[in-house]
Design a protein around this ligand. Structure first.
Ligand SMILES: Nc1ncnc2c1ncn2[C@@H]1O[C@H](COP(=O)(O)OP(=O)(O)OP(=O)(O)O)[C@@H](O)[C@H]1O
Length: 265
């Protein structure tokens, strides 16, 4: 459903600071894949997701989603089919708007409805049902402004908004990294629940190796702008952190250099 072909992203091209962040990557993602992405610092993980999401133009290659070439589409256009959740819980929701206004926007987007879909009783009922799923009591606080929510509550709402819009693709960029450990676990469980329930094809960057191994059906390891390993279902089942680190060292020719990942081991 997603084909990334010969993708190349170079920052500061033609200057002394030229930086090849994505080095001719090929990646085929199948419908329903839940791929975790790990890698060294500066490996190009976020740049890969940003390139897919149309955040910036790429130098070469293409991104094909559902047989449509979206390589040159704007971030705004891509967002109609691609949901995203970032590390920062403050991104992804509008702080001055209420929970119901934020969620309403996401639902309207999925159904191609205008904002005038309005906040009818029926719609509030739908939103309450969605919010009940995240089990944080937000269904009783529909008119609370989002800026008053905790980081975890806000991230849960962002995740719900990203999935309720029925995206073809969900991109998660270390979306639990800024949360306290207990909240991070809740959001990870919620992620698996929402992704499975809606069968959403997902790419998730994580600095937590255990999560990368446990979650999803496929694991990609990046280094130096390239995908150095693409570990599929069966092989992934037998994977351990030690094996993963060893594999990295073999390809990279040196120790794994992502402090946050190593600290999470
Ligand atoms: N907007 C940008 N402008 C210039 N250079 C960038 C930009 N985004 C990323 N880079 C550079 O591209 C390279 C890849 O960065 P990227 O953020 O994709 O790595 P990453 O694998 O997500 O790293 P980390 O795990 O440290 O977050 C790095 O050298 C980074 O400095």
């Amino acid at each position: 459903m997603l084909k990334v072909k010969n993708l190349e992203k170079i920052f500061y091209k033609g200057t002394p600071n030229e930086n090849v962040a994505i080095d001719k990557i090929d990646l085929t993602v199948n419908e329903g894949d839940f791929i975790t992405i790990v890698g060294s610092n500066g490996a190009g993980k976020s740049t890969l997701l940003n390139s897919i999401a149309g955040v910036f133009p790429v130098e070469n290659g293409s991104v094909i989603l559902d047989n449509e070439n979206i390589t040159k589409k704007s971030e705004y256009k891509c967002a109609q089919k691609i949901g995203r959740v970032f590390q920062n819980p403050l991104a992804g929701t509008s702080p001055e708007m209420t929970i119901e206004e934020n969620l309403s926007l996401a639902i309207s987007k999925s159904r191609n409805l205008s904002l005038r879909w309005g906040l009818s009783k029926h719609k509030r009922e739908i939103m309450r049902k969605h919010l009940e799923k995240i089990d944080l009591g937000l269904e009783k606080r529909l008119t609370t402004k989002v800026k008053l929510l905790s980081g975890g509550q806000r991230q849960a709402l962002t995740l719900l908004m990203a999935t309720v819009a029925n995206p073809r693709l969900l991109l998660l960029d270390e979306h639990t990294a800024a949360l306290d450990p207990a909240t991070a676990i809740k959001i990870k469980n919620l992620t698996v629940e929402l992704v499975n329930e809606n069968n959403i094809t997902t790419l998730m960057i994580t600095h937590n190796m255990e999560d990368a191994i446990k979650m999803g059906n496929r694991l990609i390891m990046m280094d130096g702008g390239q995908i150095i390993y693409d570990i599929k279902a069966e092989e992934k089942k037998d994977l351990t952190i030690e094996k993963l680190l060893k594999m990295f060292e073999i390809k990279h020719g040196g120790q794994f250099n992502n402090d946050r990942m190593l600290l999470s081991v």
